[in-house]
Write a protein that binds this ligand. Structure first.
Ligand SMILES: Nc1nc2c(ncn2[C@@H]2O[C@H](COP(=O)(O)OP(=O)(O)O)[C@@H](O)[C@H]2O)c(=O)[nH]1
Ligand SMILES: [Mg+2]
Length: 304
C-alpha cells in the first residue's frame, strides 16, 4: 500500500515514515505535502512549553488520556533541543508517556536541528501529516525557558506554559518572556512545597497583562488538577475552532513569505559564489580600498 493511503488510515508506521521524510528529504517531503496539503489546517494544536524538568511530558501523558475520554483523537510531537546530542530524551519521553501510547495515541520526538526556520517548517508539515492521519488535537511539547528556543506560540493555536516550584529561577524565567505567550499557565508539582507561593507570584505578575490567561495548580504525578486543566482546554479548543479559518489564512501568508524569501536568499547566495563582480568587490573591501556598503551597492546593481 502506498504511504498516502496508509496515512489516511492512521497507520502509525506510515506516520513515522512520513515525518522522517519531512525531516530528512526536502524533495520527497514536497511531493508528500503536495498530496496532503488540501485538507490541512483543521486540527487544533496545543503547545506545551516551559523549562526542562517542569513535568511537561508527565502532564501530557495524563492530559492525552482525558482528551481521548472526551472524544478528541490526540497526537503528541515532542521537540527537544538536546535530543540530537544525547539521544536519551527520545527514550525518556517514550517511557514517561507510555501510558497514553497504549491507547493508540501517536507520540513522536523530533530533533530540533539548529535553525529555527527549519524546525518551524518541519513542525508545520508534521502537523499536516498528523491531521491527514485523522488526529483532531495535536500537542507539541517544547522546551522553552527563554528567548532562544523555538517560539512555539507562533505555530500553535493554544499555548500552555508549565512552571514548577523546584527551580529557584522560576520567577526569573517568568519575567524572561514566557508571560506574554500563554493562554494557560500551570504551576505543576503542586505536591511539593513552594507551589502555592509560586502560584501567587505568577498570578500577581501575570494578572497585570491584558489577555487574562488561566492559571492552575496541577500535580501530574498524583493526577491532581488535570481534569480542571482539560476542562479549560476543551473550552479553548471549541473557541479556537471558530477562528481557525482566519488564523490559518494568516499563517499561510507567513509560511509562503518565509518560503519565497528563503529561496531568494539561497539563490542569491549561489549566484554570489560564482560572480566575478562579487569577487572583484570583495577583494577591494578586503584590501580596504572600498567600504562594504559601497561595495554591496555596486554588487546589487548587477541583479536589478
Ligand atoms: N513531585 C512531582 N514530580 C513530578 C510531577 N510531574 C512530573 N514530575 C517529575 O519531574 C521529572 C521531570 O518530568 P518530565 O515530565 O520529564 O518533565 P519535562 O522535562 O518538563 O518533560 C520526572 O522525574 C517526573 O516524575 C509532579 O506533579 N510532582
Ligand atoms: Mg519532556
Amino acid at each position: 500500500m502506498n504511504i498516502i493511503s496508509e496515512l489516511k488510515h492512521g497507520k502509525h508506521r506510515a506516520i513515522a515514515r512520513a515525518i522522517s521524510i519531512i525531516e530528512n528529504n526536502d524533495k520527497a517531503a514536497r511531493a508528500l505535502i503536495k498530496q496532503i496539503f488540501k485538507n490541512s489546517g483543521k486540527s487544533i494544536t496545543i503547545g506545551i512549553t516551559g523549562p526542562a524538568g517542569a513535568g511537561k511530558s508527565t502532564l501530557i501523558d495524563k492530559t492525552v488520556l482525558e482528551l481521548e475520554k472526551i472524544g478528541y483523537k490526540t497526537a503528541v510531537l515532542a521537540i527537544d533541543p538536546t535530543s540530537h546530542i544525547t539521544g536519551g530524551a527520545i527514550l525518556g519521553d517514550r517511557v514517561r508517556m507510555a501510558e497514553s501510547t497504549d491507547y493508540g495515541t501517536y507520540i513522536r520526538s523530533m530533533a530540533s536541528r539548529g535553525a529555527t526556520g527549519a524546525i518551524s517548517s518541519s513542525l508545520r508539515n508534521s502537523i499536516r501529516v498528523l491531521e491527514y492521519a485523522g488526529f483532531d488535537v495535536i500537542i507539541i511539547e517544547s522546551v522553552g525557558a527563554g528567548q532562544t528556543e523555538v517560539d512555539i506560540s507562533k505555530i500553535v493555536d493554544i499555548t500552555v506554559v508549565v512552571f514548577n516550584p523546584n527551580t529557584g529561577d522560576s520567577i526569573q524565567t517568568i519575567k524572561a518572556g514566557l508571560t506574554e505567550i500563554g493562554d494557560i499557565y500551570l504551576i505543576n508539582k503542586s505536591d511539593l512545597t513552594g507551589a502555592n507561593q509560586l502560584f501567587n507570584a505568577v498570578r500577581d505578575f501575570i494578572g497585570m497583562i491584558e489577555k487574562k490567561p488561566t492559571i492552575l495548580l496541577t500535580s501530574a504525578k498524583s493526577n491532581k488538577g488535570i481534569s480542571e486543566f482539560v476542562k479549560k482546554l476543551k473550552e479553548l479548543i471549541i473557541a479556537k475552532k471558530k477562528t481557525k479559518k482566519l488564523q490559518e489564512q494568516s499563517r499561510l501568508e507567513t509560511e509562503l513569505r518565509d518560503i519565497v524569501l528563503n529561496n531568494v536568499k539561497n539563490k542569491m547566495s549561489t549566484m554570489l559564489d560564482s560572480s566575478s563582480t562579487y569577487n572583484k568587490y570583495l577583494k577591494k573591501v578586503q584590501s580596504k580600498t572600498l567600504d562594504p556598503y559601497e561595495a554591496a551597492e555596486k554588487i546589487l546593481k548587477l541583479f536589478k
